[in-house]
Design a protein around this ligand. Structure first.
Ligand code: ZN
Length: 119
């Protein structure tokens, strides 16, 4: 695990503080994720610069509604082949460190949209 930002040539936004990044890297090291499952290299993982959110998409009737709960994930990138994995911040144990607050398991129902009239 190295702290070098392999993507700094293309991305300049760093959301994680250096302290957060160090603790995230330690959490990944504890999971012993080597080697990269794509290229087989050892020690090529780099913590990404910010959270990636995967929002849930729920079905409401025949419509799909985006919003509500999501999976907040920390990206882990292979500096050799670019393979990118996303690890849930809560499962990784860094949710509190990152200031994340879990949403309730049961959400209030999303109201049906009012029919739109045009003219
Ligand atoms: Zn790789």
């Amino acid at each position: 695990m190295n702290g070098t930002n392999v993507l700094s040539e293309w991305y300049d936004a760093e959301v994680f503080t250096p302290e957060q990044k160090q603790k995230i890297a330690a959490a990944f090291v504890a999971k012993n994720l080597n080697p990269c499952p794509s290229c087989g290299k050892l020690g090529t993982w780099t913590v990404g610069d910010g959270l990636v959110i995967f929002p849930f998409v729920t079905s409401v009737g025949l419509r799909f509604v985006q919003g509500g709960q999501s999976y907040p994930c920390v990206p882990l990138l292979c500096s050799y082949c670019g393979n990118t994995m996303f690890h849930n911040a809560f499962t990784l144990g860094v949710g509190v460190l990152l200031g994340l607050i879990p949403t309730p398991a049961t959400m209030p129902p999303i109201p049906e949209p009012e029919p739109q009239t045009h003219g």
